[in-house]
Design a protein around this ligand. Structure first.
Ligand code: DMJ
Length: 882
């Protein structure tokens, strides 16, 4: 309220409000911002839960006085529904509860509900499609009327986007008596149900809102689908309509059959549900154990939650995506609440104090790593602890609420929380709505519910009060075998997999290592194998394989082998060439280590991952570009020099500041407004000469991050920073326990070590992007810049950048045969499966829950033998779609 109001969100690093249009666009994420004081509305019912009744009363008055819902802004229908409509309804629910108690809100006359109704009507034009599925976006002022609306041309939406409306819309109908909202939301759900893939009973991630065709046919419980399942079960709870429960149970049965590989939850294809569609999981699926608790299926909930907790313990937060062998796939973490939500529900179900310990860890990590002077900042990279100038509204709406509730006793909350259901945004809707204005509730009109295998419901228990009365250690006994599942997992071996692939005899006609994107013969072979090369706008290229486009099934197999090789080659090269991002932490007053900026590393100079951090005050070099001998050596001596990017090579700048006595350097981008929020980080390349003479550490900051330091210098003059590979503990910083950099730099042994480091060996290799965000995953950087002029792959495709492109693209059509070639044995040691594959899949799979997630282990020969069948299935699938 102090720094951001009336803006939609707080920018906690720069201490101001995020106003759409005034900040560089972040793409879809900005569609949540409608200039309607989003965070305030999203936080209304949190205030009551936290017993801040007076503040709630003031906040409601502010919303009524200030908020305008008629802005000429294009917003996401899904986000506006769950955050704003849900926020207004949650606020209304608690306002009438308080009014009835007779002390607070006595003046309240359903004003929030009237606003909610106004907003509901604004969202309705989005449903003007033949399918009844809503458009993904709407203009708050102009609806979808073109051209003023600037929207309404979209053809696709995500399943969760179309299937997460019923709670808010039904509540709105039942509170107001206006039936249209519930009708529209039901119609969208009916359509999705009709479109489920009939043999697997799964739904895809995106659907065409006009034709109902699945656009993305992968299926999981995380991003894009998550709350569709959540709302089916909760619609049954809130509305008491059996058809929702039957639909949920049908989907749940399919999820447990195909997607659940305890403790993992892995995406599959809707038409070939035995094929994994990905080798990684996203953070959004962390809500699923909570939903399983609501369903009463406690065992898999405990298992998945435990696995997620171990990933969190490794990185302090759950990265946006992580692989099946628990490596970071996408390192960002926008302070998502899903894991806290599941922790709360598991604690409620089991009463096991372990979950309080888990909650304590979450709170400690938030305070230690995310708390900044003006709020809580999202993590840009969980590996470095660097921040993003972002605090999403769900942090207050959900994270605060669930963490408070986890520790609250019944009497700490001024109303009975059991009388309410949580929406997906944790807004509270009263259960008495189930018996109010029921006229719209349709009875089950379809008889298409399949007979379900009851074994999936063995653990279903309708009442958490009577769970495990005789066994308080029940939850622990399930966690125990999983205790080292993350730490002892083995990274995927590259060499072994390749050997196995070669041992089978067949090699693709073109080897990944020989491939040149500019060679017409190579392109011809690619085409034959069904592999297409897509040139992206930014100069990068992407490989995608469509098996059905291959000339024959043999060519399709070759294509699979080629993609496989490319994945392995690229991940190997990426590991060899890429340096992870680094951190610049401001440690002086008033920051005290709380602001951590993501920095790009250099391929030369002191390697901060091998040596301890470098700490020092900053000083700007003169000339500021650092391209000639400094004229102010006295100012930078013993300090960390700030230098502007451009006009000469990075290494030249480093030498000039080192000669002036600087102990480190920070190069700040000269492109105004650039930020690691919007641009991919890269590592600074050398100059093609020997750079062993550069001993000081050099880091790169984009302009926005750099200006945080420059502003601090303007305001406080003396600004001290810490250059490191990972943000350091603030307690240690405050106690001054850090080792001064001059001690580190003067260790001759370390210098020698550094000279032989692999990073120095690769100095003359390309200046690759540092992968800090999976938004970059699909592509290959072919750009070169003045400082990055040593890119060693100017014309050919650099396999180093192909990892994710190849893996994702390949997985769209095929299972990834490189998967599961390792497993973890009972002692947690890495085991080569070459000799044991058969025995393990036959024996351990059944008896050992530790390895059950490796149940799809399949030798490559058998996968390839299955290939023809896959092609037929895909052809069938295409026909189905037609
Ligand atoms: C929230 O806005 C909701 O929980 C939504 O359903 C998906 N996740 C975000 C927070 O991560």
């Amino acid at each position: 309220m102090e720094h951001a109001y009336p803006a939609d969100e707080l920018m906690p690093l720069t201490c101001r409000g995020r106003v759409r249009g005034q900040e560089p666009s972040r793409g879809d994420v900005d569609d949540a911002l409608g200039k309607f004081s989003l965070t305030l509305i999203d936080s209304l019912d949190t205030l009551v839960v936290l017993n801040k009744t007076k503040e709630f009363e003031d906040a409601v008055r502010k919303v009524l006085k200030d908020v305008n819902l008629d802005n000429d802004v294009v917003v996401s229908v899904f986000e506006t529904n769950i955050r704003v409509l849900g926020g207004l309804l949650g606020g209304h629910s608690l306002a009438i509860m308080l009014k009835e108690k007779g002390e607070y809100m006595q003046w309240y006359n359903d004003e929030l509900l009237q606003m909610a109704k106004q907003l509901g009507y604004k969202l309705l034009p989005a449903f003007n499609t033949t399918s009844g599925l809503p458009y993904p976006r709407i203009n708050l002022k102009f609806g979808i009327r073109k051209p003023e609306a600037r929207t309404g041309t979209e053809t696709d939406t995500c399943t969760a986007c179309a299937g997460t409306l019923i709670l808010e819309f039904a509540a709105l109908s039942r509170f107001t008596g206006a039936t249209i909202f519930e009708e529209y939301a039901r119609k969208a759900l009916d359509f999705l149900w009709e479109k489920r893939q009939r043999s697997s009973n799964l739904v895809g991630v995106t659907i065409n809102i006009h034709t109902g065709d699945w656009v993305r046919k992968d299926s999981g419980v995380g991003a894009g689908i998550d709350s569709y399942y959540e709302y089916l079960l909760k619609a049954y709870v809130l509305l008491g309509d059996d058809s929702f429960l039957e639909r949920f149970n049908t989907h749940y049965d399919a999820i447990m059959r195909y997607i659940s590989q305890p403790p993992l939850l892995l995406d599959v294809h809707i038409h070939k549900p035995m094929l994994n569609a990905r080798t990684w999981m996203d953070a959004l699926l962390a809500f699923f154990p909570g939903l399983q608790v609501l369903k009463g299926d406690i065992r898999p909930a405990i298992e998945t939650h435990e696995m997620l907790y171990q990933v969190i313990k490794k990185h302090n937060f759950l990265p946006e995506a992580f692989t099946t062998d628990f490596r970071v796939h996408w390192a960002q973490h926008p302070l998502r609440p899903e894991f806290a939500e599941s922790t709360y529900f598991l604690y409620k179900a089991t009463g096991d104090p372990y979950y309080l310990e888990v909650g304590k860890t979450l709170i400690e990590n938030l305070n230690k790593y995310a708390r900044v002077p003006c709020g809580f900042a999202a993590m840009k990279d969980v590996r470095t602890g660097s921040h993003e100038d972002r605090m999403d509204s769900f942090f207050l709406a959900e994270m605060f609420k669930y963490l408070y509730l986890l520790f609250a006793d019944k009497e700490d909350i001024i109303f009975d929380i059991e009388d309410y259901i949580f929406t997906t945004e944790a807004h509270l809707l009263p259960l008495w709505l189930s018996t109010t204005n029921q006229s719209i509730a349709k009875k089950n009109t379809t008889s298409e519910y399949t007979e379900l295998d009851d074994s999936n419901f063995d653990w279903t228990c309708p009442n958490t009060q009577i769970l495990f009365p005789n066994d308080p250690l029940y939850a622990q006994s399930i966690r125990e075998p999983l205790k080292n599942v993350v730490d002892k997992s083995c990274p995927r071996g590259i060499i072994r997999v390749r050997e196995e692939s070669f041992r089978s005899g067949a090699k693709p006609p073109l080897r990944a290592r020989d491939f040149m994107a500019t060679n017409p013969e190579h392109l011809e072979i690619l085409k034959k194998m069904g592999v297409s090369l897509i040139h992206l706008k930014d100069g990068r290229v992407q490989l995608v394989q469509h098996a059905i486009q291959a000339a024959s099934s043999i060519d399709a197999e070759d294509g699979l082998r080629f993609m496989q090789e490319m994945i392995e080659l690229s991940s190997q090269q990426q590991k060899e060439q890429q340096l992870p991002p680094r951190a610049v932490q401001i440690v002086s007053h008033p920051f005290f280590g709380r602001v951590v900026l993501t920095a790009g590393p250099a391929q030369f100079g002191l390697d901060l991952s091998k040596h301890k951090e470098t700490r020092g005050f900053v000083a700007s070099s003169k000339p500021y570009n650092g391209c000639s001998e400094l004229t102010n050596p006295e100012a930078v001596m013993g300090k960390i020099a700030l230098i502007q990017r451009g006009q000469c090579m990075f290494a030249e700048k480093a030498r000039n500041i080192q000669n002036a006595g600087a102990i480190g350097g920070i190069v700040i981008d000269d492109n105004e407004g650039s930020s690691s929020d919007t641009a991919p980080l890269f590592q600074m390349a050398g100059d093609g000469k020997d750079t062993d003479d550069i001993k000081i550490p050099m880091l790169f900051l984009f302009s926005k991050e750099g200006s945080i330091i420059l502003d601090a210098v303007r305001e406080y003059e003396e600004v001290e920073v810490l250059l490191s590979d990972k943000a350091k503990d603030r307690a240690a910083i405050l106690k001054g326990k850090m080792i001064p950099s001059y001690i580190i730099n003067s260790n001759p042994e370390m210098e020698n070590e550094e000279q032989s480091s692999p990073e120095n060996d690769s100095q003359n290799q390309s200046a690759e992007q540092v992968s800090s965000s999976s938004q970059e995953v699909d592509s290959v950087d072919q750009e070169s810049s003045e400082e990055n002029s040593l890119n060693s792959y100017p014309e050919s495709l650099s396999p180093a950048d192909m990892d994710n492109a190849a893996s994702i693209s390949a997985s769209e059509q095929t299972s990834n045969p490189t998967e599961n070639h390792e497993t973890t044995n009972l002692n947690g040691e890495c085991t080569d499966l070459d000799n044991q594959l058969q025995e393990q899949s036959e024996t351990e799979e059944d008896s050992n829950p530790n390895v059950s997630w490796g149940k799809k282990v399949q030798p490559i020969d058998s996968i390839l033998a299955d290939w023809n069948e896959d092609i037929e299935a895909f052809e069938m699938m295409e026909k189905d779609e037609l």
